[in-house]
Design a protein around this ligand. Structure first.
Ligand code: E4P
Length: 218
């Protein structure tokens, strides 16, 4: 399973990249705003900065909601850097734009997906990635992981090549469960990745090894 980090924070991206396990980055307009990145030129520059840190795909979301606007914006984003993936909302216009970009060989990520039906449309439109938001489904007492399983089954039935990008991952067990049920990619905050490191027996075991070494090597 590929690991993407879901942030526009350059320090977090650098830290995840330095671990050597990072495959890409996802951003969205809220994450950019959280980092105080505003104004078109600053936003475009920030995407390039991210691409220069990470070795992998970087999703950059369009703001336009009409087809022509999405095409114009998406082309501009795709020209920024070869690692850019154009992120489009799951709307009628977004699906049309996805088909346009996939026909041109430009990578796409269809976002804000909350149902299997939407995921079928994204795959039919040739999306590189489909982003079901599991955390937001869990937030409303719906099973986000069940949606990933449903999409996995449908995509496998038909050999759709669209990668299932489990988004809105909130914690470490989301990551583990996404891996168990065959998500191709997960995107989550740095804490969801670093949390995978933690086990008290690892800490206890290491402390013991170091103590025993110190006894024999004074
Ligand atoms: C996906 O690409 C989105 O950026 C993201 O995963 C949304 O996560 P949230 O529900 O934690 O905001």
């Amino acid at each position: 399973m590929k690991f993407f980090i879901d942030t526009a924070n350059l320090d977090d991206i650098k830290e995840a990249q330095s671990l050597g396990v990072l495959d890409g980055v996802t951003t969205n307009p809220s994450l950019m705003a959280k980092e105080g990145i505003t104004g078109k030129n600053n936003i475009l520059k920030h995407y390039v900065d991210i691409c220069n840190i990470v070795d992998g795909e970087v999703s950059a979301e369009v703001i336009a909601t009409d087809y022509d606007g999405m095409i114009k914006e998406g082309e501009e984003l795709a020209e920024l850097h070869e690692q850019i993936v154009v992120k489009l909302p799951m709307t009628k216009e977004g699906v049309k734009a996805c088909k346009y970009f996939s026909d041109k060989g430009i990578k796409t990520n269809v976002t804000l997906v909350f149902s299997a039906g939407q995921a079928i449309l994204a795959a039919k439109a040739g999306a590189t990635f489909v982003s079901p938001f599991i955390g937001r489904l869990d937030d409303i007492s719906t099973d986000g992981l069940a949606l990933i399983e449903e999409i996995r089954q449908i995509y496998d039935n038909y050999g759709y090549e669209t990668q299932i990008l489990a988004a809105s991952v909130r914690h470490t067990m989301h990551v583990v469960n996404c891996a168990k049920i065959g998500a191709d990619v997960m995107t989550g905050p740095l804490s969801s990745i670093l949390g995978l490191l933690k086990h008290p027996l690892t800490d206890i075991g290491l402390a013991q090894f170091l103590a025993d070494y110190a006894k024999g090597n004074q």
